[in-house]
Design a protein around this ligand. Structure first.
Ligand code: PSU
Ligand code: MN
Length: 308
């Protein structure tokens, strides 16, 4: 028999050992560095995130697909390989079977990462911004698979809300429909990734990682299977200035329409445009936001592991 690519989930040794021993683990996605951030900063950011997690006494599990193998806990060499691979594809949940059978490599979106993390038994996942409902979704039906996927998984996911490239009020409506619990971290202002306050509110704030762990534990005790979303805003003094943000966003949206960008290309296109047109300023904010989410995710993973 010829050898076939590995079909199931591969869990790295360090992650599998940590899960067995009850050491906290934090999942991290890979689309952020295959399709969200430009080279060479993408690799720096991905490796730095892992370092930060480790410094907090938590084991990082960066998730992605290498040569068809869905991997929970990529090695630094695998992260490097993915971050420089021109053939790396953007893999949402529905793409995983094809990637696996065809031996493709790629970055996993929030939806795919969350699914694989959950299959491995990981409970906390930090990302930058979630996918959500795109502007004009009333016509295009473009709503990220992140939302329904997270609605069916028992995770805690830390993000800085959704980017203002999306329709934020429509996204908040869908979070409600899908039974996704949302808490702001020390605020009820819902953040819009580059900016601390989108102008829209959530109902509840949580004041600490411990309180977030309490809410997750209460959810589990009630038998509710749905992700707890933690919206963690960037510090107001580090956000993208409002004038810069509004100007570049308007131009990004116009350019996407003009070029007819649709479907899964939309998010990477808009992010890339924002980065180029702000001369890297939005990139600095992006990195800052991600650092904050990784740090909070590590604290939550620790708080949850302490009560197991
Ligand atoms: N939002 C960001 N940065 C990103 C993404 C979203 O601010 O890099 C990525 C995430 O991996 C997310 C995916 O899961 O884009 C959503 O893509 P889509 O809208 O095609 O579902
Ligand atoms: Mn989409």
């Amino acid at each position: 028999m010829t050898s076939r690519p590995e079909r199931g989930l591969h869990i790295g040794d360090e992650v599998s050992d940590a899960l067995e021993r009850g050491i906290p683990v934090l999942a991290l996605e890979s689309t952020i560095f295959t399709h969200g951030l430009p080279r060479p900063r993408n690799l720096v950011v991905a490796l730095e995130a892992e370092e930060r997690v480790r410094a907090a006494g938590v084991v990082p599990a960066t998730i992605g697909v290498i040569g068809g193998r869905a991997t929970v806990g990529l090695s630094p060499a695998e992260i490097q390989r993915l971050s420089t691979d021109d053939g790396a594809v953007k893999l949402s949940l529905r793409d995983l079977p094809v990637a696996s059978a065809k031996g493709l490599s790629g970055g996993t979106t929030v939806a795919a990462t969350a699914f694989l993390a959950s299959r491995a038994g990981i409970r906390v996942f930090s990302t930058g911004g979630l996918g959500g409902v795109h502007r004009e979704a009333q016509q295009t039906f473009d709503e990220s698979a992140d939302l329904p996927t997270l609605a069916a998984l028992p995770l805690v996911v830390v993000s800085a809300g959704v980017k203002s490239i999306l329709d934020i009020p429509l996204t908040l409506e869908r979070l409600e429909t899908l039974n996704l619990t949302v808490v702001g971290y020390r605020t009820t202002d819902y953040p819009a990734f580059y900016i601390a306050d989108s102008g829209f509110d959530v109902e509840y704030a949580a004041e600490s990682a411990d309180e977030i762990a309490d809410i997750a534990a209460a959810r589990d005790a009630l038998g509710i299977v749905s992700t707890l979303l933690v919206a963690n805003p960037v510090d107001a003094d580090r956000q993208l200035p409002a004038e810069v943000h509004d100007d570049v966003l308007a131009r990004a949206l116009a350019e996407a329409t003009e070029r007819g960008v649709t479907g899964h290309d939309t998010t990477p296109f808009l992010l890339d445009f924002m980065q180029r047109e702000t001369g890297g300023r939005s990139l600095d904010v992006n990195v800052e936001v991600y650092r904050g989410n990784v740090a909070l995710g590590a604290e939550i993973a620790t708080a949850l592991a302490a009560r197991a």
